[in-house]
Ligand binder design. Structure first.
Ligand SMILES: [Zn+2]
Length: 451
């Protein structure tokens, strides 16, 4: 797997936009043509086209750089090969998994590393379009030597630039083992074989998703009041797209940062083998409208993807597997019950611990056939940057990494140190909240007396 850096050039001139559109349509024409050739060969039971045949077929027929044409042909052959493999290994997929057959109006443009030219002093990325045609020039400040480039449309143009400068760790960070329990409220709970644990909160992502749903609802309400096709309807549609994309980018960023914290923690604790529990079994269970929606919104496959990718680069051997039963077993006495709330309390032996950490600790038995001691302390982290507290004007750049506090007071172990805020930026919101919670029983009492 390769690492790409995504750039969204914002200042593309009108004329260039037209060029890009034309080039993507030309690529779409190319894709449709070669898909047609391949499809015809399949239908005629003729030998399937090889790389050379496609190359000969496409040579000089498209207004694109020759290597762009080649890369698109390779893309088709790679898709065909992946489809064959899956159909062979998983016969049940034959019912729905088809070989490429769709014609496309647009297609992404590719350039291999050798066709890409980057001028670091002028900050210009030059992508050739073939002899006799003007090259595409983007103004970009890159801090690395670009590899291959892909130009895609994602509600706006995006350049996906392969980074080949990032070195892969040669050796594993150590011989310890760890398990990861993925969750929706807590993005990941990690338990190491040395009896330490990390919990990365997923609440930031959850709240972003909730906010998006509310704002889209608001836009939908406004849209329902205007005439179809009117200028206002179009504007609202634009707003809807913009908002969705913003949210998607924010969530992707947080997901990367959260999984990065998991891998950094593993490196710090000399973990060489990582086991990620695959919770997708729970997707099939029916558990009510609200819960079903929450589960559907939870993008656990991405978490697993990102973890695998980041672990690979850190030299950690990462595997995934079933996590059935890990969250309903007591790590001390093995008593089974379904936990309620965020704390796991054993009715048989009185054990008490963080619910997701329990899942991760129990997973050691599934993954490595070894029992580990329940961690005495848990490190809490948030997936995301430190943001200035409400009412504080400028964010303080020297703030420590964002932490979550366990807060309930129920758990054993020590709480993480509070972030060191400078005296001037002590949030007033925090104090007032404390006042509110302290005052509430009194108020309730007063109300009951009045009643
Ligand atoms: Zn127990």
């Amino acid at each position: 797997m390769e690492t790409v850096s995504i750039h969204r050039p914002s200042d593309i001139p009108r004329a260039m936009q037209a060029t890009l559109l034309g080039a993507q349509m030309e690529a779409g024409r190319l894709w449709s043509d070669i898909v047609g050739v391949h499809r015809k060969a399949r239908e005629d039971r003729a030998p399937w086209p090889t790389r050379d045949m496609l190359q000969k077929h496409t040579k000089g027929r498209y207004r694109l750089h020759s290597q762009t044409v080649q890369m698109i042909c390779h893309q088709l052959l790679a898709n065909v090969q992946a489809t064959s493999e899956r159909r062979r290994n998983e016969p049940s997929s034959k019912r729905w998994l088809r070989y490429p057959y769709k014609e496309k109006r647009f297609f992404a443009l590719y350039w291999p590393a050798q066709a890409v030219d980057y001028n670091a002093t002028a900050k210009r990325l030059v992508l050739p379009m073939g002899r006799g045609r003007k090259s595409l020039v983007f103004r970009l400040a890159l801090d690395f030597e670009p590899g291959g480039v892909k130009l895609v449309w994602n509600e706006g143009y995006e350049l996906h630039i392969v980074r080949s400068d990032l070195a892969k760790a040669k050796d594993a960070p150590g011989g310890n083992r760890a398990t990861v329990d993925l969750g929706e409220i807590h993005l990941a709970a990690v338990a190491t074989s040395t009896g330490e644990a990390l919990v990365v909160s997923g609440r930031g992502i959850r709240s972003d998703k909730r906010l998006l749903s509310k704002q889209l609802g608001e836009i939908a309400r406004k849209r329902s009041r205007c005439r179809k096709g009117s200028r206002r309807a179009k504007r609202l549609q634009k707003a809807r797209e913009r908002r969705t994309l913003l949210s998607r980018r924010r969530i992707r960023d947080k997901r990367h940062k959260g999984t990065r914290k998991v891998i950094d923690y593993c490196v710090e604790h000399q973990v060489g083998t990582l086991y990620v529990g695959d919770p997708r079994g729970v997707r099939k269970l029916k558990s009510g409208r609200r819960h079903n929606q929450r589960i559907a919104r939870w993008e656990v496959g991405k978490d697993m993807d990102y973890l695998g990718h980041k672990a690979e680069r850190a030299g950690i051997a990462c595997s995934t597997g079933d996590e059935r039963g890990t969250s309903s077993r007591c790590p001390e006495c093995g008593h089974r019950h379904r936990p309620k709330g965020r704390d796991w309390q054993c009715k048989a032996c009185g054990f008490m611990g963080h619910r997701d950490v329990v899942g991760a600790v129990n997973m050691h038995l599934n993954a490595y056939d070894a029992k580990v001691t329940f961690p005495a302390s848990v490190t809490y982290r948030r997936a995301g940057p430190m943001r200035a507290a409400r009412g504080v004007k400028s964010p303080v750049p020297s703030l420590p990494a964002r932490r979550s506090s366990p807060g309930t007071g129920l758990r054993e172990g020590r709480a993480p140190p509070a972030p060191q805020l400078p005296a001037t930026s002590l949030p007033q919101g925090g104090a007032s909240r404390r006042d509110r919670t302290a005052g509430s029983p009194v108020r309730r009492k007063a109300q009951s007396q009045a009643a």
